[in-house]
Design a protein around this ligand. Structure first.
Ligand code: GLY
Ligand code: MN
Length: 461
């Protein structure tokens, strides 16, 4: 946990912003996998962590927005539990560590919520939380979701979007472990291994620090499947291996990086050409980063770089600016350039992607590709985000666009056809927006063609 004042000050700032009524912030319970005592790894709710910092199941937080008093509803573990779990931190101790909470019995919560004061809460995303809130609030589950407080969502997004120095340090700790995960992948992969064998080593690099990944590891020679969790293929000479993985810090802040490298010790000419375009797109996006710039502009700058590179290879044609405006590049780059990152790898996505990534002035596009950009709004100092362009050859998408003639003025389908077995390349780093520009988080790891080939040659020697 951070210092007690951190949590107290965050709660006071939120209470002042909301101004009236009660703010209900439920923590998580254990979540059963196949029977009650066999749970998924416990993961506390990130907003609860942000305001209370307590990593324990079975707790609910409540903030009185008028008096500023904060309550913690829960029970200390009985001896029956301690026999199985060992000695546990008392709620009174958590209360001190969290900056001063009034500890109350869970049975008292309904009565406090049942007064005629407004109750602000976030849209629940776990079914058991929705059901619990329905019981507390005397609503049915659908009404619970409809009744979520937009004012609370906006206030929390505003607060959590700006990372403090101690949060940046925590994120950077996660990114450093993340870098080790990627170095492990680059040093481990060999022809004949399965994706699962490499994935296990990458996972182990996080576990060795006592940390879990911040999201399910994507590691595949079929990098064109954007969220590929299969791990069943065997690595062969000539393949590209895409690894998208991140660790959590002890306080659950996330890292998220991607590297794509040859299973052989060198890229083929074709692989090197596409890799260099993705790297150029990453650098073009990074160069735009500064406060006040809408991140959508960074995305479009990377898209333009991709279109220019693919035109030079004869895969695209025509005016590249017109091609990007038409969304033609999205055949190869169908996702967004990046997303906010913090306590969640896609930070605060449970509060609603558009609240986090868009504003009244900058709204989400409906165009294929651009519509998947999670962050379009103007950047501000303290934002932490990913930059992750990619180029993929997705056979079913190519077939559909060709059959429909989609963006045919800008795409050379005969040549694209010859790349259908290529796979995909993504390169991703994490950045902090500063007062003057942006700073790479963590320690640089191999990224240029020469650096990647060097580490692969060393690994295979
Ligand atoms: N790293 C996975 C994603 O950003 O969706
Ligand atoms: Mn990402």
């Amino acid at each position: 946990m951070f210092a007690p004042e951190t949590y107290r000050d965050r709660r006071h700032a939120l209470a002042q912003q909301i101004g009236q009524g009660l703010i209900l912030l439920p923590g998580h319970d254990e979540s059963p996998m196949n029977f009650a005592d066999n749970g998924y790894p416990f993961r506390q709710d990130s907003t609860f962590l942000y305001y209370f910092g307590i990593d324990r199941p079975g707790l609910t937080g409540l903030i009185d927005a008028e008096s500023g008093e904060s309550f913690l509803f829960g029970e200390d573990y009985s001896l029956d539990w301690i026999v199985w779990m060992g000695p546990q931190t008392q709620l009174a101790e958590y209360s001190r560590a969290s900056g001063g909470l009034t500890v109350k019995d869970p049975g008292d919560l309904s009565a406090m919520l049942g007064s005629d004061r407004p109750v602000h809460y976030l849209p629940p995303y776990r079914a058991e939380v929705r059901l619990q809130m329905a019981a507390w609030l005397g609503k049915n589950p659908a009404e619970v979701t409809e009744g979520a407080s937009e004012a609370l969502i906006q206030a929390i997004v505003t607060q959590r979007s700006l990372k403090s120095d101690e949060e940046v340090a925590a994120i950077e700790a996660a990114v450093r472990i993340t870098g080790e995960m990627h170095l492990t992948a680059m040093r481990t992969a060999r022809p004949g291994m399965t994706e699962a064998e490499v994935m296990a080593k990458v996972y182990q690099a996080a576990l060795a620090h006592g940390q879990h990944p911040s999201f399910p590891i994507i590691l595949s020679v079929r990098g064109e499947v954007l969220h590929n969790h299969h791990y069943g293929n065997t690595l062969s000479e000539g393949d590209l291996l895409l690894c998208d993985a991140g660790a959590q810090s002890p306080g659950y802040y996330a890292g998220d990086m991607t590297r794509t490298f040859p299973v052989s010790d060198r890229f083929s000419t074709r692989q090197k050409e596409i890799y260099q375009i993705v790297l150029d797109a990453l650098q073009a996006g990074v160069q735009t980063l500064r406060p006040g710039l809408p991140y959508r502009e960074s995305h479009l700058k990377s898209a333009l770089t991709i279109a220019q590179g693919l035109k030079a290879l004869g895969l695209m044609k025509g005016d590249v600016e017109e091609a990007v405006a038409a969304g033609a590049h999205a055949l190869f780059f169908p996702h967004g350039l990046g997303h906010m990152m913090g306590l969640d790898v896609h930070d605060m996505e449970n509060l609603g992607e558009d609240y986090v990534g868009y504003t009244d002035a900058i709204t989400r596009s409906s165009q294929f590709g651009l519509r998947s950009l999670r962050l379009g709004r103007e950047l501000a100092p303290g934002f932490v985000l990913t930059v992750e362009p990619g180029i993929y050859f997705i056979p079913p998408l190519i077939d559909r666009w060709r059959a429909d003639g989609t963006c045919a003025d800008f795409l050379n389908f005969d040549r694209i056809e010859t790349y259908k077995d290529f796979g995909g390349i993504r390169i991703e780093d994490d950045y902090l927006i500063t007062r003057v520009g942006a700073r790479l988080l963590g320690d640089p790891i191999p990224k240029s063609v020469a650096e990647v080939e060097d580490i692969r040659a060393e690994a295979l020697s």
